[in-house]
Structures are given as structure tokens and as C-alpha cells.
Design a protein around this ligand. Structure first.
Ligand code: G3P
Length: 225
């Protein structure tokens, strides 16, 4: 399973990248706006900075238009910023047409705002490279987000669809583990959820004991000298 970070924050992307486990980045208009990025030129510069930082990993950049022509024009401009840009397109009727157009014209896509297996089938049929089910938001509505990932994984494998399942709207480390368990191809996570995977009290207790005993060992070595 690939690890993407779900943020437009350069410091957080760098921290995840420095861990050596980062495969890519996803952004959305809310995440970009949160970083104070305003205007077409600043948006393009920011995507370029992210692409250069993750070097080689896919970077999802979302279209803001909601009509077919607007999405295509915007997607072409986004894709021209860097070869690793993946154009993120919403799951709407025009979005499906845009996915097909991008797929026919060699532009990689990520179909976003997916909340059902039916939508995931449409995204795959339209040639999306990634499909993004929002599992946290599904859980927030008291449905089961991980179950949807499992259902899509089952359908895609049965039908031979090549679209990669990118589990999005991840809220915690358990979401990541569960997504890995049911066959997500990618998890896009906030930095906190990634770092949360590190945590176990027995690791901390065990390390404290090893450090303590190592000090004794060093003291014994000094006594021998
Ligand atoms: O990029 C889409 C996504 O991951 C949204 O997450 O936490 O806003 O539901 P969230």
C-alpha cells in the first residue's frame, strides 16, 4: 500500500518525506486555501514546490470548475505544471466526462468525493487512475467507510478494473491499518495519522529499559579500564 500525505502544508510534507515512506501527496481546495494560497500564479507555484519536494511521487491537484469545459481547461493547465501532477476531478456527470477526456488524452486523474460503490464503478469505467472514497466522512454519517473500501476492492478485482483505490478522509492510524487489511492501494493521511502508527507504550517502556541497561554496560566498561 502506498502512503500519500493529505495536506498542502510544505513543512508537513517535508516531515513525512524525511521519514522516507512518502509516495505522494493529495490536496484539495480547502487544504490549499488553509495555507493562504491565493490566485492562479500562486496556486501553480505551490503545486510545483510540492512536486519538487516529493520528487517522483504523484501529486493530486483539484480542479475548481464544475462544468466540463472549465474542468478540461483547468486540468490541462494543472497537468502542464509538472509531470507528476494528477488532476483531481469531482464525481459528477461532467466530472465523469472530464475523466474520460483526460484518460483519452494521457492526463492522469484522481476521482474525488466518492461515497458509494456505484460511483467507484463509474470512475473506473471513465478511466480514472485513482478513485478517492472519503472514509472518514462516511464514518461521520454513521456508515462504514472501511467497508466501502473492501466492497470497491472486491468489485475492482472481480471486474479487472485497473483504477487504484485511494482511501481518503483518513482520520486516525486505525483507519490506515484497516484500509491496508481490506486492500486499499493507497492511503492518503494527515501527518498526525501517519505519526500515530509509531506509537505503542510497550515500545517506549522497552526502549527506556534498553537505554538504562546500556548505561550500566558503559559504566562496567569504564570500570574495567
Ligand atoms: O482530500 C480529500 C480528503 O482526504 C478530505 O478529508 O478530513 O476533509 O474529510 P476530510
Amino acid at each position: 500500500m502506498k502512503f500519500f500525505i493529505d495536506t498542502a502544508n510544505i513543512a508537513q510534507i517535508k516531515e513525512a518525506h524525511d521519514l522516507g515512506i512518502l509516495d505522494g501527496v493529495t490536496t484539495n481546495p480547502s487544504l490549499m486555501a488553509k495555507e493562504g494560497i491565493r490566485g492562479e500564479e500562486a496556486i501553480a507555484q505551490h503545486y510545483l514546490a510540492i512536486c519538487e519536494l516529493v520528487d517522483g511521487g504523484d501529486v493530486s491537484a483539484e480542479v475548481i470548475s464544475t462544468d466540463l469545459e472549465g474542468m478540461i481547461e483547468e486540468g490541462k493547465k494543472l497537468a502542464a505544471i509538472h509531470p507528476n501532477i494528477v488532476v483531481k476531478v469531482p464525481m459528477t456527470k461532467d466530472g465523469v466526462k472530464a475523466l474520460k477526456w483526460f484518460s483519452d488524452n494521457g492526463i492522469k486523474t484522481n476521482c474525488t468525493l466518492v461515497f458509494s460503490a456505484g460511483q467507484a464503478i463509474l470512475a473506473a469505467k471513465a478511466g480514472a487512475n485513482y478513485v478517492s472514497p472519503f472514509i472518514g466522512r462516511i464514518d461521520d454519517s454513521s456508515w462504514d467507510g472501511v467497508q466501502l473500501i473492501e466492497q470497491i476492492a472486491h468489485i475492482y478485482s472481480l471486474q479487472g478494473f485497473k483504477t487504484e483505490i485511494l482511501a481518503a478522509s483518513i482520520r486516525n492510524p486505525l483507519h490506515i491499518v484497516k484500509c491496508a487489511e481490506v486492500g486499499a492501494d493507497v492511503c492518503t493521511c494527515p501527518l498526525d495519522a501517519i505519526l500515530g502508527l509509531l506509537k505503542h507504550p510497550l515500545t517506549d517502556i522497552g526502549l527506556a529499559k534498553f537505554v538504562e541497561d546500556a548505561k550500566k554496560m558503559q559504566a562496567d566498561t569504564a570500570a574495567v579500564k
